[in-house]
Design a protein around this ligand. Structure first.
Ligand code: 13P
Length: 252
């Protein structure tokens, strides 16, 4: 059975003290009320990853990075390699987030290379795909997502693809307070699963977790997660408050 996952993408938020406080609150809440059957992942900014991996030794949370280099090591100033992430026990890494595509020119080809780097060190890539408003209004959303998936992931073999998590994040829903409806999410998630089925077969397609992201919060998570092809969420703003983040994880 595929995993249910709720991952918090903190983006470029929090100072050291604030990050420490948020992790402490998460730890307090789940030590009293453990979350059942859902993998809880926190993705803080890189300088705070080790704070999070320390907490992960005490309670049942998992730690993800928000980015990784497409190179393995050497003279690439400012970059962080998959090997470095692995050496501090990071287990997940977001790849191809729309903000990285938009502000840092990340392409599907970069996504493909980053995924390879991560898999080499047994880190689970959370690969983002999703259309912007213009693309949805033009009716091109399925083509855009297919392109993200095919070019970012379809170089992987049957074993490798099963180590990947996919996140559908419609850009128009990110940080806007306007989430995709439950029907829109299910429609795209089942389309993504169909693409996986056509390429890798039913058993593989059924084993891959597909998360929804974009203004997902404690109010709408239950409806979104009730869909058969929605296996959890990639949460931005609402992951910055411990109680709400945990409430989302308890929304299955
Ligand atoms: P929001 O939940 O703030 O809309 O962000 C979603 C997101 O981009 C998670 O990666």
């Amino acid at each position: 059975m595929r995993k249910k996952i709720v991952a918090g993408n903190w983006k470029m938020n929090k100072t050291f003290t604030e990050a420490d406080d948020l992790l402490f609150e998460i730890k307090e809440i789940i030590s009293e009320n453990p979350i059942n059957g859902v993998e809880l992942v926190v993705c803080p900014p890189a300088p705070f990853l080790e704070l999070a991996t320390d907490v992960a030794e005490e309670v049942d949370i998992h730690v993800g990075a928000q980015n990784v280099s497409s190179f393995s090591k050497g003279a690439y100033t400012g970059e962080i390699s998959a090997e470095m992430l692995e050496s501090i026990e990071v287990e997940y890494c977001i790849v191809g987030h729309s903000e990285r595509r938009k502000f840092f020119g990340e392409t599907n080809a970069d996504v493909a290379k980053k995924v390879e780097q991560l898999l080499e060190f047994s880190i689970t890539p959370i690969v983002c795909c999703g259309e912007n408003l213009e693309e949805r209004e033009a009716g091109n959303h399925f083509d855009v997502v297919r392109n993200h998936i095919e070019e970012g992931l379809f170089h992987l073999n049957e074993i490798e693809i099963q180590q990947v998590v996919i996140a559908y994040e419609p850009v128009w829903a990110i940080g806007t307070g306007k989430n995709a409806t439950s029907e829109q999410a299910q429609e795209m998630h089942s389309y993504i699963r169909k693409l996986l089925l056509e390429k890798y077969g039913n058993e593989v397609a059924e084993s891959i977790s597909i998360l929804y992201g974009g203004s997902c919060n404690a109010k709408n998570a239950f409806q979104l997660f009730a869909n058969i092809d929605v296996d959890g969420g990639l949460i931005g703003g609402a992951s910055l408050k411990a109680a709400e983040f945990i409430e989302i994880a308890n929304s299955f």
